[in-house]
Design a protein around this ligand. Sequence first.
Ligand SMILES: Cc1cc2nc3c(=O)[nH]c(=O)nc-3n(C[C@H](O)[C@H](O)[C@H](O)COP(=O)(O)OP(=O)(O)OC[C@H]3O[C@@H](n4cnc5c(N)ncnc54)[C@H](O)[C@@H]3O)c2cc1C
Length: 386
Amino acid sequence: MKSENKDKKFEDYLILVRDFTNKILIPNEEILEEQGMVGKEIMLKIKELGLFGISIPEKYGGLGFDMEEQVLLTFEFTRASSVYRSRFSTTIGLCSQALLDFGTTKQKENILPSMARGDLVGAFALTEPNAGSDANAIETTAIKENDNYVLNGTKKYITNAPYADIFLVMAKTDNSFKGSKGISSFLVDAKLPGIQVGKIPKLLGQRGSAPTDINFTDCVVPSDSLLGGQEGGGLKPALRGINHARLHVAATCVGQAQRLIEEAIKFAKSRNQFNMPISEMPSIQNMLADSFTEMVAAKAMTLEAARNFDKGEIPEVEISAAKYFASEMVTRVADNSVQIMGGAGFIDDNVITRFYRDTRLFRLYEGTSQIQQRNIARKIIKVFDD
Ligand SMILES: Cc1cc2nc3c(=O)[nH]c(=O)nc-3n(C[C@H](O)[C@H](O)[C@H](O)COP(=O)(O)OP(=O)(O)OC[C@H]3O[C@@H](n4cnc5c(N)ncnc54)[C@H](O)[C@@H]3O)c2cc1C
């Protein structure tokens, strides 16, 4: 049961985040796009506002919001370019949450407070050249040598790798097992010798985010970097982070759709054809109505999954369903919005065109749409097993 004080703390914070989005994030989007990165000043403001700490408990210096509150906040700050979110998403979801549930007390005490302040950026290193959707197929190895592990392998598309202070790396500590059993997770200091971070590739969208390769060559990692202090945790810590992140991605899609609808309405009201604003034409209204209806549906699914998450068990099927629907939804909304703009929607100098490019990613990472379908179908079919 939430106390009134907690609700007040959340309501006040929500207003701060809404104001920050409207007054700082949205007006600076074009500068972000031009510079190809989130500027230092904005990063400082994001840190000061506490966005790095929304999912981290108060006892570790975070704001300690529950999942429903995190999702409500995400609906707000993702009305702005999703590139801003990309800079702190890997810390608040993928890395801190795996650490929270699977780290030793010492690891949590050492790392979580700096993460909550935004002083220590985490990047989540699972994907590899030969292991994308099939994460069990990772080939990076961590071989025990005396009191250390020696890491060798390549990670691919690792968001924030160039900015990270710490990598959460999944590697094989025992190659004799098939599947996830021989996989362990490591908290690796990004400055260690033997680590090489690749160049930021050209991106279809979300330009200014930084998914790069990481190469580990005979990288010596102290054994107390092993997450939880035990080998063979498999993909459980990774999935803990991924499930958190999937729900945040669903919320991000809702935030992005809200903005797209706002911008499409603004455009439709200002554009006249046949002596009337196009917003008065039924076919334009139908596209707006469809977009709005789908956005509301995704919002409801995301909130429902978040409330169930807060009850204790991770509602994996609902999270997959929300992520699947919301990410497909936002690309339909982006497509409708481009259509409403006519030819202007194909010229890359406006928010809608940029969001059209940006939102395409949501159907690909944190599990593609096909992987969400697979997760959902496998689990719901199992319910009817004898
Ligand atoms: C911008 C960006 C940022 C990223 N950030 C990170 C990060 O921070 N950390 C990290 O570890 N990873 C990250 N990723 C990796 C991302 O999670 C993977 O790209 C994604 O999981 C898909 O893997 P893949 O690209 O290898 O595609 P593949 O797995 O090769 O899939 C190719 C196609 O086959 C389909 N497919 C594969 N298996 C099945 C199946 N069993 N059934 C049906 N269809 C299937 C897929 O749906 C897809 O259509 C990022 C990726 C991008 C593009």
